[in-house]
Design a protein around this ligand. Structure first.
Ligand code: CA
Ligand code: CA
Ligand code: CA
Ligand code: CA
Length: 622
C-alpha cells in the first residue's frame, strides 16, 4: 500500500453571507485597543517594537488621555477599580486585519487584552406610525411611582447616543448644563474638554452634541427619542412625560458624521466622568470584548454609575453587548399587553422588561410619534433608576439601584404568549410604584465564580466541574436563603445541586467553598455545546425568590498551542490554522518573526488506495 501525503494551503480573501442574522460586528480598519500591565512607554521589548514597525504602527497613544490612575485598588464596596490610563489605541496599516493583529499582541506577556474596535448599532426599528397614547406609563405604573418620588434635578442620566435637539421644548430645560465651563474658548474646569457646557460630541470631538440634521441618511435623531423617554420635561403641558420627571440628562454624542457609533464605550466613560449616575446605552453588538467589560466596570466601580442597556432587536437569545456584560442592567421590550414585543431579544442575560412597542416619544423639532425597539425600553428603566437613586439614601451603590428595580418587577412569564420565553425575560416588567414604595426584599447575585478553581468557562468534555463563588446580598437581609442548581441540558449530570446560605446581611456575602456545586459533563456532548445552568434562590422567611444563569461551553472544537516560535490552532476536524474566519476563531499560523498569519487553514489529504482518498481540508469534515 502506498500512502500519498500532501498539505494544502488555503487563503480566503472574503466570505459571503446572505441576509441572515448578523454573525459579527463591523470593526474600524487599522485600529486596535490594547491594555497593558504597565505604562507602555516603560516597556522596552525589542520584539514588541519590531512588531509595531512591521505593521507600520503609529506609537501607541492613550485612549483616555484625561484619565487618572486610581489612588486605591478597591472602592468602599470592595470592588476592584479599573485603571483607564493603561488602555491604548494603536493605528496601523489598514490592509492588515485588526483581529489578526489583536491575536498577535495578546501573545506579549504584558498585554492584558488586545482587540479590534467593534462598532455597535442603534436598536430602533424605523417605521411610520400614528401618534399613540403613552400606554407605557400605565403599564409600568409611572403615576404610582411619581406619587412617591418625582426625582431630583441634581441626578443626571447620561444618554450615550446620536446627539440631541438642544432647542427642543421638552429637552432644552432638562439638559444638565455644566456651569463650570461656560462657552468662552477656555477649558475653565480643566477636564480636557474645552467649553463642554452641554455635554460633548465624542464622535466629532466638539462641544456641540446637536444631532446632525444635515448629515447623511444614516444619521438619525435617535438620541432625541431616547432622551425624551428618560428625561422629557414632565408636567409642562406639552408633548410627553419622561419617566425621570425632575431628573436631568447629559447628551453624550457617540456617533461620527456618518452616523457610525465609533465612540460608544468612550461615551460611557465621558458620562461616568461627568456626574452621570445612570448611563443609558440604546445600542449594542454581538461581540463580547474585554474592553467593553472594562469600561462598564469603570463606570460601575470607579464612578458608581449604573449602566442600563437595550437587550437587542434580534428576535433571538444570542448574547448582546453591552447589555450582557456583568454589572449592566439589561432591558428587553414588551407590547401594550405586557407580551414580549415580537422583535425584542430575550435570554439568560435579560434583567427586566419595559414597553418598546409603539411607545410615544419626541422627535426633533417639537414633534412626537411612536417608536419601536429595545432602544426605547431602556431609557424608561434609566429614568426609573434615577428616581430610585433620588428616593433611597444616597449611600446606595449603582448595583443596588439596579437590584431594587429587578426585585420589584411584575412577573410576566405566565402571560400565554410569554410562556415560550419563560425564564428568559428577567424578573418581568418594571413597576415604578413598587420600586419607589420602600418595600424591598433581599437580592442575591452569585459572583466571583470559579470553575475548577479558574475563571474560564470552557471545558473539555467528560470532565467533572466544581463551581464555587460568593453569594452577595445587595438589599435587605436574608434569613434562610437556599440555593439550588438546575439545568435542562442532557449533556450534564448535576452531582451536588444545593447550598444552604442561610442569613446574609445587606452587602455581605457567603461563599459555597465548603460545599461546592458539582456537575459531570457527559461524553455525549457535541463540540462547542453551550450549557446553561440556573441557580434558584429562595428564602421562605423573607418571601424572596430569584434566579441567575451561568453559561459554560464544553468540548471546544479548537485549541491554541504555542510551541517554540510558532503559535497555531488545531481544530477538532484535524485542520491547522483558523477554526472559523468570521468571527475569527483560533490564531491561524504565526511565526514570531512575521506580523500576519502565514496561512488560514491547512489539512492532510491522504490517498491510501487508487480509489480511496481521505481529507480534512475545505469541504471535507472527516
Ligand atoms: Ca471643560
Ligand atoms: Ca469655557
Ligand atoms: Ca457636533
Ligand atoms: Ca412634557
Amino acid at each position: 500500500m502506498k500512502i500519498y501525503f500532501s498539505i494544502f494551503f488555503f487563503t480566503v480573501s472574503s466570505l459571503l453571507f446572505g441576509q441572515k442574522p448578523k454573525l459579527y460586528d463591523a470593526t474600524i480598519p487599522g485600529l486596535v485597543i490594547v491594555k497593558t500591565t504597565t505604562d507602555i512607554s516603560l516597556i522596552k521589548d525589542k520584539q514588541f517594537s519590531d512588531f509595531l514597525n512591521k505593521i507600520s504602527a503609529t506609537p501607541p497613544a492613550k485612549r483616555f488621555p484625561n484619565a487618572q490612575k486610581p489612588q486605591k485598588k478597591y472602592n468602599h464596596f470592595h470592588q476592584k477599580l479599573v485603571d483607564l490610563t493603561k488602555i491604548y489605541e494603536i493605528h496601523f496599516d489598514k490592509k492588515i486585519s485588526p483581529e489578526a493583529i489583536s491575536k498577535q499582541l495578546k501573545l506579549f506577556p504584558f498585554v492584558v487584552y488586545a482587540q479590534p474596535y467593534y462598532l455597535p448599532e442603534l436598536l430602533y426599528v424605523p417605521d411610520d406610525s400614528l401618534v399613540t397614547s403613552q400606554y407605557a406609563l400605565t403599564r409600568i405604573h409611572a403615576f404610582d411611582g411619581w406619587d412617591n418620588e418625582k426625582g431630583d434635578s441634581t441626578i443626571i442620566i447620561g444618554i450615550t447616543d446620536t446627539g440631541v435637539d438642544l432647542d427642543h421644548e421638552e429637552l432644552h430645560d432638562q439638559i444638565a448644563y455644566n456651569p463650570n465651563d461656560p462657552p468662552n474658548g477656555v477649558d475653565d474646569d480643566y477636564d480636557g474638554f474645552i467649553d463642554n457646557f452641554r455635554g460633548w460630541d465624542l464622535g466629532e470631538n466638539d462641544n456641540n452634541p446637536q444631532w446632525d440634521e444635515s448629515g447623511t441618511t444614516s444619521v438619525i435623531a435617535h438620541g432625541v427619542y431616547v432622551s425624551s423617554l428618560a428625561a422629557a420635561r414632565t408636567d409642562n403641558g406639552k408633548g410627553i412625560a419622561g419617566i425621570g420627571f425632575k431628573t436631568k440628562f447629559l447628551p453624550v454624542k457617540i456617533s461620527n458624521e456618518w452616523g457610525i457609533l465609533d465612540r460608544s464605550y468612550e461615551g460611557i466613560v465621558y458620562a461616568a466622568d461627568h456626574g452621570c449616575s445612570i448611563i443609558n446605552c440604546s445600542w449594542g453588538g454581538i461581540t463580547k470584548n474585554p474592553y467593553g467589560q472594562d469600561i462598564v466596570n469603570y463606570a460601575t466601580y470607579n464612578r458608581n454609575a449604573l449602566v442600563v442597556a437595550a437587550a437587542g432587536n434580534n428576535w433571538n437569545d444570542v448574547l448582546f453587548y453591552p447589555a450582557s456584560y456583568e454589572n449592566v442592567l439589561c432591558v428587553a421590550a414588551t407590547n401594550p399587553s405586557d407580551e414580549k414585543w415580537n422583535k425584542s431579544s430575550y435570554g439568560i442575560y435579560v434583567d427586566v422588561c419595559a414597553p418598546g412597542d409603539n411607545v410615544l416619544l419626541a422627535l426633533a423639532d417639537n414633534e412626537y410619534t411612536g417608536g419601536w425597539g429595545t432602544s426605547f425600553a431602556s431609557p424608561q428603566v434609566a429614568g426609573l433608576a434615577a428616581l430610585v437613586k433620588a428616593h433611597y439614601p444616597d449611600t446606595l451603590s449603582a448595583l443596588q439601584i439596579g437590584e431594587i428595580i429587578k426585585v420589584t418587577c411584575n412577573y410576566i412569564d405566565t402571560i400565554p404568549y410569554n410562556q415560550q420565553f419563560a425564564g428568559l425575560l428577567g424578573t418581568g416588567l418594571i413597576d415604578c410604584g413598587k420600586a419607589l414604595s420602600d418595600i424591598i426584599t433581599p437580592s442575591i447575585q452569585f459572583r466571583n465564580i470559579l470553575y475548577n478553581g479558574q475563571d474560564s468557562t470552557i471545558f473539555p468534555g467528560n470532565d467533572t466541574i466544581t463551581i464555587v463563588g460568593d453569594f452577595i446580598n445587595y438589599l435587605t437581609p436574608t434569613q434562610n436563603l437556599q440555593v439550588t442548581l438546575q439545568t435542562i441540558s442532557p449533556y450534564i449530570q448535576i452531582l451536588d445541586s444545593s447550598f444552604s446560605a442561610g442569613a446574609i446581611e445587606t452587602l455581605d456575602s457567603i461563599s459555597n467553598q465548603s460545599s461546592p456545586f458539582r456537575i459531570a459533563l457527559l461524553p455525549s456532548a457535541p463540540y462547542d455545546e453551550t450549557i446553561d445552568l440556573k441557580l434558584i434562590f429562595t428564602d421562605t422567611v423573607t418571601g424572596y425568590s430569584g434566579f441567575q444563569y451561568l453559561r459554560i461551553i464544553v468540548s471546544p472544537s479548537y485549541l491554541d498551542i504555542y510551541p517554540n516560535n510558532i503559535s497555531t490552532t488545531i481544530t477538532s476536524n484535524g485542520r491547522i490554522g483558523f477554526n472559523r474566519f468570521s468571527p475569527l476563531q483560533g490564531i491561524g499560523f504565526l511565526h514570531n518573526s512575521y506580523a500576519e498569519s502565514l496561512l488560514y487553514e491547512s489539512g492532510l489529504l491522504i490517498v491510501s488506495f487508487s480509489d480511496h482518498v481521505s481529507d480534512c481540508v475545505r469541504g471535507g469534515d472527516d
